[in-house]
Ligand binder design. Structure first.
Ligand code: SAH
Length: 339
């Protein structure tokens, strides 16, 4: 995949050389090209902005400089738009939400071009014109206002990049992540196929997934794993975790849910034990426990996702409904009478 980033602060993108994304770039799986917008400004001050029509505070980025930048980065091809071809992504707080599903859909694009706005944003005519020759998405990374699109682009590139084949090293971990059902090639990977804004938001929300929950905690206090035995297989089989009983009918994916707590060695740390079921070696019981924990965490931190799952026939199993009502959450949602 080729990723072009147009910005007035190219130095902002040093972190793209670090960690998983840096390694993917070094291998050639992602080719980054960061462009300084000011090279397309013609006056002596390399001006890229001007006062807004209609008055008001702040400055607006000029259409002309952006148009010339885009024409150089993705030269117009006569005739119909190339499919699949370049796709322009314009970060803006007024855009459609950036979600795991959208990230997954972007993994199928051969070239993504990110236009980092500053000030009050970019003259809307540039975006309208760009739309006449390539798909354009105005995308928000959350309900807050940043000073520029650069940080938003780093967020999006990292979310997209880790879903590219081979980048994460373990394909399963993307599926098991919060919102994991939207991994690359998943059911929601259609956003990039259509140019309309607002699609591709299949059941996921802004990045989330942590928060205080009794019995859970961040990874901490553990040493390196090398030299010690497997995590499973010791101790007697334990019960099915947060809630005993019920069939182990856990859905393997975390589609639409947040991932629950995770643990590593040692088994007892400062008097706090890892839940027995995780040591049982009983894969069905572990899967069920993880599903229960995901439901619990999602209900606590993102009840909107539970409501959405509840409205989606097939998203929650009979056992899931049992778990939710045992948590006292049946008042939050209206169970599907068919179940
Ligand atoms: N006046 C604009 C805000 C401009 S913020 C408005 O109210 O909509 C300046 C730039 O920061 C934007 O052009 C955009 O590139 C970036 N930005 C700010 N918040 C963002 C968000 N939540 N998601 C994505 N980009 C954002």
């Amino acid at each position: 995949m080729r990723i072009d980033i147009i910005t007035i602060f190219p130095e902002y993108f040093g972190p793209l050389g670090v960690s998983l994304i840096g390694k993917a770039a070094a291998r050639g799986d992602i080719e980054f090209r960061v462009h300084d917008l000011r090279q397309w400004a013609h006056d002596i001050h390399r001006t890229v902005d001007d006062a807004p029509f209609g008055g008001g505070p702040g400055m607006v980025m000029k259409a002309q400089v952006w148009a010339e930048a885009l024409e150089d980065v993705a030269p117009p091809v006569p005739g119909r738009p190339v499919v699949p071809g370049p796709r322009l992504i314009v970060p803006t707080p007024s855009g459609v939400p950036f979600t795991q599903a959208r990230a997954a859909s972007y993994t199928r694009c051969p070239q993504l071009i990110f236009a980092c706005g500053r000030y009050e944003g970019i003259d809307a005519r540039f975006i309208d014109e760009a739309r006449s020759r390539m798909p354009v998405d105005e995308v928000s990374i959350g309900d807050y206002v940043l000073a520029g699109g650069e940080a938003a682009v780093l967020v999006m590139v990292e979310a997209i990049g880790r879903l590219l084949p081979g980048v994460l090293g373990n394909e399963r971990s993307a599926r098991d992540d919060s919102f994991g059902g939207a991994a690359a090639g998943g059911e929601a990977a259609s956003a990039a196929d259509t140019a309309s804004a607002g699609d591709g938001d299949a059941g996921s929300g802004p990045l989330s997934g942590s928060g205080p929950l009794s019995g859970s905690g961040p990874l901490s206090g553990s040493g390196p794993l090398s030299g010690s035995g497997p995590l499973s297989g010791s101790g007697p089989p334990a019960g099915a975790g947060t809630l005993a009983g019920g069939a182990a009918d856990a859905d393997a994916s975390m589609a639409g849910l947040l991932e629950g707590p995770v643990y590593t060695r040692p088994r007892v740390w400062r008097g706090r034990e890892v839940p027995d079921v995780l040591l049982s070696g009983d894969h069905a019981a572990i899967a069920r426990w993880r599903r229960d924990a995901a439901l619990l965490r999602t209900a606590a931190n993102r009840p909107d996702l539970i409501w959405r799952a509840a409205a989606d026939p097939g998203a929650l199993s009979g056992r899931d409904w049992q778990v939710l009502s045992a948590m006292g959450l049946s008042g939050l949602i209206r169970p599907d009478p068919a179940r």
